[in-house]
Ligand binder design. Structure first.
Ligand code: CP
Length: 318
């Protein structure tokens, strides 16, 4: 039984599940970033393995497509010496109508220690976390438009790697904030870690109502929003979550909100550019920027392995 009000924490205030960054104390975010730092060395060794999760069974449950998150969770778990089971959802019994909770109960009966869950429905990982026994951990790998905490954390790791001190930064998040679970996790992480100026830039139709209540400054004009920022965090247009028309056309979106070299020149000369992927080149970002020397998009992916090793090892130890 959990005695604290945050369902992610155990009675000692330690991380038991990772479901969202919202409400997590700064100390836990720092613990994850610092632990990931220690794993970067492991990922660069010839033998990229440590025995921390030997004998543990980790189930990847991806009910939605993924390239980066699913693969880096698998690599991370293997580098921690865990046994990894990737459930092929399309050929599992969910395709015969089995509920998510029944699927999870059956996998738990196979002595699962941890579930990594991606789902199109916001709240699915929380639901699973409420129904598993206390010795099982749940990690949200992206749910609907709600949260993608390990993406938010790997973005923080990337920013800290290149910029060192969160408390001196101007950061802009650009594009489809409304449908983005990544943006929500980034906003909670950046505000918790003390970024003094956080901007969101996008058309009114792609910004959540009352987004300024999250402690961000709202811009509709890239020229003003990008001025003098240290970090530019681009987002994908989440077409799969749009019902109805939010934009005149992708070409129109690119004209006003696509990141080109010309627009990036408005940011600080040493500004870095992040994108969680998958990228739509020519829609939210131009190839000259995506492949340019200010882009840290591929290092983000690499750092994702260390962040996911950190999250799984911390959970398993609590
Ligand atoms: N950033 C991200 O979640 O990418 P995938 O959908 O490929 O996992």
């Amino acid at each position: 039984m959990f005695l604290t009000s945050n369902p992610q924490l155990n009675k000692n205030g330690e991380l038991h599940h990772l479901l969202t960054i919202e409400g997590l104390p700064k100390e836990i975010l720092r613990q994850i970033l610092d632990t990931a730092e220690s794993f970067v060395g492991v990922t660069q060794r010839e033998v990229k393995k440590v025995p921390l999760l030997r004998g543990k069974a980790i189930f990847n449950l991806f009910f939605e497509p993924s390239t980066r998150t699913r693969t880096t969770f698998e690599i991370a778990a293997k580098r921690l010496s865990a046994d990894v089971i990737n459930l092929a959802i399309n050929v599992s019994s969910t395709s015969k109508g089995e509920s998510v909770l029944d699927t999870v109960a059956n996998l738990a009966a196979m002595q699962a220690d941890m579930f990594i869950v991606r789902h199109s429905q916001s709240g699915a990982p929380h639901l699973i976390a409420r129904h598993v026994s206390e010795d099982i951990h749940v990690v949200n790998a992206g749910d609907g438009r709600h949260a993608h905490p390990t993406q938010g954390l790997l973005d923080m790791f990337t920013i800290r790697h290149y910029k060192k001190d969160f408390t001196k930064l101007k950061v802009a998040i650009v594009g489809d904030i409304l449908h983005s679970r990544v943006a929500r996790s980034q906003i909670h992480a950046l505000t918790t870690l003390g970024v003094p100026e956080l901007r969101v830039i996008g058309p009114q139709t792609l910004l959540p109502t009352n987004v300024d209540n999250l402690g961000v400054h709202v811009y509709h004009d890239m020229a003003k929003g990008l001025k003098d920022v240290d970090v530019v965090m681009m987002l994908r247009l989440q077409n799969e979550r749009m019902q109805g028309s939010f934009l005149p056309s992708p070409q129109e979106f690119f004209k006003f909100y696509g990141l080109t070299a010309e627009k990036l020149a408005l940011a600080k000369a040493d500004a870095i550019v992040l994108h969680p992927g998958p990228m739509n080149r020519g829609v939210e970002i131009d190839s000259t920027v995506a492949d340019g020397n200010q882009s840290v998009i591929l290092p983000q992916v690499t750092f994702g392995i260390a962040i996911r090793m950190a999250v799984m090892s911390i959970l398993a130890g609590n």
